[in-house]
Design a protein around this ligand. Structure first.
Ligand SMILES: [Mg+2]
Length: 207
């Protein structure tokens, strides 16, 4: 029998399957500071305080992690998919340094158009993530999706995940928006936390 050596951390093994449900994460305004414009360069990628540690903590607790983000600047020609991939490699390096050697998936849409089935609040990215990660058992209707905008909460609601709103990024405005009659069903299901780290600490205490 051949033993595959992957270092000391089992989470860095290529065949590692996290035992708990999936936690989907929006990127801008949840993991990194939303600058009010697009972020596609490492130099502009400023992690929100405690966010990288939060992802590492969630991973250590055994959750599957999938980052799902709209990157509408691609369609606008502001940057390319290659730029996004480069930035994500950098983000994964930062996560690795923070103690999170692996995550399960990253999906991004090239537009933020309402009629794009892959852009949030539509659920194309979530469905594709489930389909392409069947062996890992990613099922959003058993998990959570964390975001800072109404479009995040809508997407979570539609795919059957528990919507988590954080008060970083646009979260404070979104929390007010949630009081609108049109969002009453979403509001009922949404849990609100100050930051991603607060959500991670909540799940840690739940165990
Ligand atoms: Mg966001």
């Amino acid at each position: 029998m051949v033993e595959i050596y992957w270092g000391e951390d089992p989470m860095s093994a290529p065949n590692y399957v996290a035992p708990k449900c999936v936690i989907g994460l929006d990127r801008d305004g949840v993991i990194n500071v939303d600058r009010g414009t697009y972020t596609w360069k490492g130099i502009d990628f400023e992690p929100i305080q405690g966010s990288l540690e939060a992802v590492a903590k969630l991973r250590r607790l055994g959750y599957k992690i999938a980052i799902i983000t709209n990157q509408g600047g691609i369609e606008k020609g502001l940057f390319t998919e290659e730029d996004v991939d480069t930035l994500h490699t950098y983000m994964l390096e930062l996560l690795g340094k923070a103690g999170c050697p692996s995550i399960d998936a990253i999906y991004y849409s090239a537009s933020s158009r309402k009629d794009d089935p892959f852009a949030k609040p539509n659920t194309g990215m979530f469905k594709r993530c489930e389909k392409e990660n069947k062996s890992k058992g990613i099922k959003f209707n058993q998990g959570y999706y964390v975001g800072d905008k109404i479009s995040d909460l809508k997407a979570a609601h539609r795919i059957g995940a528990t919507p988590i709103l954080v008060r970083t990024g646009y979260g404070v405005e979104t929390e007010k928006d949630l009081n609108k009659f049109a969002y009453r069903e979403i509001k009922k299901r949404t849990k609100v936390f100050d930051t991603l780290l607060d959500f991670a600490l909540y799940l840690e205490d739940k165990v």
